[in-house]
Design a protein around this ligand. Structure first.
Ligand SMILES: [Zn+2]
Length: 349
């Protein structure tokens, strides 16, 4: 696990405190005009005399890549990132590479009015709202730093969001460059993965460790509970019940865990002498006896069976109301009739 995360950046300080205040509060220029066709966009670019760069990020099961395309030179380049990087990181890294490239262009061609076009709305929004936030992607702060240094040199850089898959040529070309890996530069070991990009992967790894432990544990001591709750629950069974009383939750929990105050259980713990049913005195008084066989509760059992039958009829997937308590407890819609039966018969578990 540690080996997997060796390329992950974990700052000791909030990222925002590692950059000058003036650079963080520097406003990013965002062009908010929306163009839905190529011609309109191109005439806007030419009217404003922009030097444009298109950027894109792409993530698949096989790779994560950023790409920059310069339509003036008709040249594009892609950058291979660590596979743990999110598509958002790929988008912001592409913008960072575009900014690095425009320094060269500004120097050689004496341009000072640039427009970076991206189809990542979340990146444009993040650049607008970036203030003091330790969770923000560190690359965004690097972008801010470069923008600030360019502004001091009189180089004007603006960002603009463009919709993807709307026939905007530059966007389609940069998308293809990212997917095909055109002129690819491998920066996967240089560009650090933001910690927030690993949350999902950490979640998955912790979850699989937990599932493994769950399986092993059930082979030893949690056998009964394992038959009721076969899969690892992500939330308690009563989580979504708004009106559930404490007694209802406690009673059902006792059924689910198999720990209750029935004579069979108390006798096993040495609390009472006899494990026999205190109502009929004919059989071992375990919970299955009370629910399925005790002759003292025949009438209540009829009500229970009838209520469960109604539930079964109303369910889309008809489940056999098996005469096994563990099977009944797997279906949460049986909990209310079971609780009523317990209350009307033995009273407390
Ligand atoms: Zn009995």
């Amino acid at each position: 696990m540690n080996e997997d995360f060796k390329n992950v950046i974990k700052q000791s300080k909030w990222t925002c405190y590692t950059y000058p205040y003036s650079c963080i509060i520097f406003e990013t220029n965002i062009v908010t005009k929306n163009f839905f066709n190529n011609c309109e966009l191109l005439s806007f670019i030419s009217d404003n005399n922009y030097y444009t760069l298109y950027t894109d990020g792409s993530k698949s099961e096989l790779f994560v890549r950023s790409a920059v395309y310069d339509p003036q030179c008709k040249f594009g380049q892609s950058f291979l990132l660590d596979p743990k990087c999110s598509v958002f990181t790929a988008e912001v890294y592409a913008a960072l590479e575009a900014l690095k490239a425009l320094k060269r262009i500004a120097h050689i061609n004496s341009f000072n009015n640039f427009l970076i076009l991206t189809d990542s709305l979340s990146m444009v929004q993040s650049l607008t709202n970036l203030r003091f936030d330790f969770k923000k992607n560190y690359i965004l702060y690097n972008i801010k730093k470069l923008l600030f240094s360019y502004a001091k040199k009189g180089i004007q850089v603006s960002f603009m969001w463009i919709p993807s898959h709307r026939g905007i040529t530059g966007n389609e070309i940069v998308d293809k460059i990212a997917r095909d890996g055109t002129n690819m530069l491998d920066v996967s070991s240089i560009v650090k993965v933001p910690l927030t990009d690993c949350y999902q992967s950490i979640d998955n790894q912790v979850n699989s460790l937990w599932v493994e432990f769950w399986k092993q544990d059930q082979e030893q001591k949690g056998k009964w509970y394992g038959t009721v709750q076969e899969k690892l629950p992500v939330a308690p069974w009563y989580n979504k019940l708004k009106m559930a009383s404490r007694d209802f939750v406690t009673t059902i929990n006792r059924l689910r865990f198999g720990h209750s105050t029935v004579p069979a259980h108390l006798a096993r713990l040495g609390i009472v002498e006899s494990s026999y049913c205190t109502f009929c005195n004919n059989s071992v008084g375990d919970i299955e006896h009370f629910i399925f066989t005790c002759e003292c509760f025949s009438f209540d059992r009829l009500i229970l069976v009838s209520e469960i039958s109604d539930i079964v009829q109303n369910q889309v997937t008809v489940q056999d109301p098996s005469r096994r308590l563990s099977d009944m407890l797997k279906n949460r819609s049986y909990y209310v009739p079971l609780y009523k039966f317990i209350k009307n018969t033995v009273g407390k578990l």
